[in-house]
Design a protein around this ligand. Structure first.
Ligand code: UD1
Ligand code: CA
Length: 463
């Protein structure tokens, strides 16, 4: 059977209370991945002929997220979920098969659940299978109204009488529909309800009327159905997602000292015997090898970290760290920095686009921008590699075994040769050949006894 999916992602997200004109609710991220993308990833995993995403409010941003997964269709005016689905008619209306409909605001839905729903739909030869769950707090959801155990219709929150309000079985907003019958029914929808919208959920009663076979498919983990309508629900979903991801890594052999404060993105790979300490984010496409100690208080994004490193209270974005390094506390590294094995980079250093060589040291308070640092180099406290002249960024080479004294400024572009020595406080603006010593500072003059004279004459007068 041909399988399609329609993802509804055009809604305004009014309950998020954003002041932004072009706000796109489904673009709001959880662990760095937009709500909509979570749904699309689950759909992609089950293998479908086509995924059609309906975009509208904040549509330009939403479109970018959806385009890699299939077709994108506009719903210019948001007239309700039924109206949104009908926007896919030009693409799907004429097709035989089953169409899965999901909302772009239910990021916790798993591919496993979607596959199980489809399989129940097929095995039982249903025309419509609804995903439902029984929840403690059904407020805000459409309620499943059954008669003699059979689904009869769905009533939306706004249209609930107190009696219906007490029903705890809710519509998760995920359906497997016979495709042709779905589009036939959509044509007859009317906005006769409290919200004056075309409700997709009204199609259910039409299927009943037409004598179609309808069944509900109850989901075991009710958390999966959580729809993000407001920012409180966003925080709850983030918590569940975090727990899901962290648990997986813990089972895999990673220690989390405080899983409640660890934020590991969906595209991150962690390895065994690594320890994640409190307050750690690892996001983007990141890889963390074996036996690292990460944190506390560390933010890593798009990093590749080898083995046995210690990274404390640091911020690394687009960075490679090889093995056996000690980094931080308070290192910031970015823009393609490579930190090679066995190096030590201590507190309050910034590395931007630097290749930092094996076994080199940069213990404190330096800025290294656009440069290569060789092996076994010592960068003294407060060194600046001045890479920017206001227009261009320049590159410098500091070769193997060089020693840069504290408080030096290396004005790029230049090269400091192998085993060369730069005296503390130097301002270096030309190459230093290998093995040479460069001293580039004003020569000191001592005025004998003048401190006393100064205090007596100058300071007293000032009082
Ligand atoms: C919807 C269901 C409700 C169900 C709940 C599950 C309807 C009428 N109600 O309610 O039964 O319990 O989901 O989470 O379907 N959207 C559009 N275009 C529109 C309106 C909405 O694309 O014109 C999209 C939204 O972006 C969203 C999804 O449809 O992703 C659901 O819309 P939302 O307003 O959140 O519906 P709920 O009130 O949650
Ligand atoms: Ca919703």
């Amino acid at each position: 059977m041909n399988k399609y999916a329609i993802v509804l992602a055009a809604g305004k997200g009014t309950r998020m209370k954003s002041a932004k004109e072009d706000f796109s609710k489904v673009s709001v991220p959880i662990l760095g991945r937009p709500l909509l993308q979570w749904v699309l990833e689950s759909l992609k995993a089950i293998g479908l002929e086509k995924i059609v995403t309906i975009v509208g409010a904040g549509g330009e941003t939403t479109k970018e997220i959806a385009a890699p997964y299939g077709e994108v269709v506009w719903q210019k005016e948001q007239k309700g979920t039924g109206h949104a689905v009908s926007m896919a008619a030009p693409i799907l209306e004429e097709k035989d098969g089953v169409t899965l409909i999901c909302c772009g605001d239910t990021p916790l839905l798993t591919d496993k659940t979607l596959a199980a729903l489809l399989s129940a739909h097929e095995t039982n030869h249903n025309d419509l299978t609804l995903l439902t769950s029984i929840v403690n707090d059904p407020h805000g959801y459409g309620r499943i109204i059954k008669k003699d155990g059979r689904v009869e219709r769905i009533v939306e929150q706004k249209d609930c009488t107190p009696e219906l309000d007490a029903i705890h079985e809710i519509n998760a907003g995920v359906y497997a529909f016979d495709n042709r019958e779905l589009f036939r029914c959509l044509k007859n929808l009317t906005p006769n309800n409290a919200a004056k919208e075309y409700y997709l959920t009204d199609v259910i009663a039409m299927f009943v009327e037409h004598g179609r076979k309808i069944a509900s498919f109850s989901i075991a983990d009710v958390n999966e159905t959580l729809g993000i309508n407001d920012r409180y629900q966003l925080s709850i979903a983030t918590k569940y997602m975090r727990e899901r991801i962290n648990k997986r890594w813990m089972i895999h052999g990673v220690t989390f000292e405080d899983p409640d404060s660890a934020y590991i993105g969906p595209e991150v790979k962690l390895s065994r015997d690594t320890v994640i300490r409190p307050n750690v984010h690892v996001l983007g496409k990141s890889f963390i090898g074996h036996e690292n100690i990460i944190g506390p208080n560390t933010y890593l994004e798009n990093v590749h970290v080898g083995e046995r490193n210690k990274i404390d209270s640091s911020h690394l974005v687009n960075v490679t760290v090889e093995d056996d390094c000690v980094l931080g506390p308070y290192l910031r590294a970015r823009d393609g920095a490579i930190i090679r094995s066995k190096s030590f980079i201590g507190n309050f250093n910034e590395l931007k686009n630097v290749d930092f060589g094996n076994g080199s040291f940069c213990s404190h308070l330096s800025y290294l921008g656009d440069c290569s640092i060789g092996k076994d180099v010592n960068i003294g406290c407060g060194t600046i590699v001045a890479n920017y002249d206001g227009v261009n960024k320049w590159h410098s080479d500091i070769k193997d075994g060089a020693f840069i004294g504290s408080g030096s400024i290396i004005i790029s572009p230049l090269s400091v040769g192998e085993n060369a020595f730069v005296a503390a406080g130097s301002v270096i603006n030309k190459d230093v050949p290998a093995e040479d010593m460069a001293i580039a500072r004003a020569r000191q003059e001592n005025k004998e006894g003048y401190a006393k004279v100064y205090k007596e004459k100058v300071c007293k007068k000032a009082k």
